[in-house]
Design a protein around this ligand. Structure first.
Ligand code: BDR
Ligand code: CA
Length: 327
């Protein structure tokens, strides 16, 4: 039976690719998408989620809008990486659909509460919605099957030297979420920066018909312009200079094939007061198995990841029609 998930995201180029993956992988049942302000404002992330869903033939997936601003700080975006629209160079027809009624936080709580122990919550944007959800309904932490994020880093950041974008954008929310009593599966820059789309990967995307030529390639083409395919600031050590890293796809690929990643138990604390280190995920690996609040990904089978992603996108392309033979 496919794993039911809710995807909380801020599309966002790599979020868009994560939506396409989640909707196309046969082992995943994408119950709903919730949106948050991050890469661009929440009006745009919501419009993008709707447009992407419709473009990939998943218009029936409900998209529920969430928070427009972080818990405490003013909203800061990543337009310089994701473009004014949030989808880089991809120009999709605007969706004919509308967001689902209600707020993302209520959708998350209500949907997970209706099927305790079954639903995996995946977050690929700032953690504002998730923090409010666990504050409003602390039992959520025990009701999810798994909670997985793209965010943070056990090493350096991509937005500042210390912080990864999703943590940096709303550190107070991230601190609440890591303290909520669940085990956070953290797929951070330690692994996501290794998912650069190589020329060979881009070539295979080119063979996917409209999915490749209208969404994947135009989106990634301009993403490449951002430092390390991430956000502003220093390029973390070990970051590839090759192509754009598809950070958020890691989170959904973990649901489909967790064996691609090596997870290490840790205690993660989020810095909220540091002048230079705000949003840093301070990761302590000395906790030992079964302790701590997180499982932190420290290695990824990059080849296996891309085989999985391209196979999944080929399935989406086939659903849309127009994929070239061999794509
Ligand atoms: C993360 O930040 C955003 O810009 C991307 O969508 C991804 O979620 C990478 O640091
Ligand atoms: Ca994102």
């Amino acid at each position: 039976m496919p794993a039911p998930i809710i995807l909380d995201c801020d599309p966002g180029i790599d979020d868009a690719l994560a939506i396409a993956f989640a909707s196309g992988h046969p082992g995943i049942d994408l119950l709903g998408i919730t949106t948050v302000a991050g890469n661009v404002g929440v009006d745009k992330t919501t419009a993008n989620a709707l447009a992407v869903s419709e473009f990939i033939g998943a218009a029936g997936t409900p998209v529920t809008a969430g928070c427009a601003v972080p818990l405490v700080r003013p909203a800061l975006d990543a337009r310089e990486v994701h473009g004014e629209s949030g989808l880089g160079g991809a120009v999709l027809p605007p969706s004919r659909g509308a967001p689902a009624p209600g707020h993302a936080v209520d959708y998350i709580i209500g949907t997970v509460a209706a099927a305790p122990g079954e639903i995996t919550l995946v977050a690929t944007g700032p953690l504002t919605n998730i923090a409010l959800a666990v504050r409003r309904e602390p039992r959520l932490a025990g009701w999810v099957r798994n909670f997985v994020i793209m965010g943070g880093s056990a090493g350096r950041g991509n937005t500042t030297a210390a912080a990864e974008f999703n943590m940096w954008a709303d550190p107070e929310a991230a601190a609440v979420v890591f303290g909520a009593g669940w085990t956070v599966t953290m797929l951070g820059l330690d692994v996501t920066l290794r998912t650069s789309a190589s020329p060979a990967v881009l070539q295979r995307m080119r063979e996917l018909g409209p999915l490749g030529t209208t969404l994947l390639l135009p989106a990634l083409g301009s993403y490449r312009a951002g430092p390390a395919g991430g956000a502003r600031g220093a390029r973390p050590r070990g970051a590839s200079t090759a192509g754009p890293a598809v950070h958020d796809v890691c989170a959904v690929s973990w649901v489909a094939q967790p064996g691609l990643f090596r997870l290490v138990p840790a205690h993660v604390a989020v810095e909220t007061t540091g002048v230079l280190t705000s949003g840093m995920t301070v990761t302590d690996f000395t906790v030992g198995t079964g302790a701590g609040n997180a499982l932190v990904a420290m290695d990824i089978d990059v080849e296996g990841f891309w085989e999985l992603a391209l196979r999944t996108y080929a399935g989406v392309a086939a659903r849309l029609g127009g994929a070239q033979q061999g794509g």
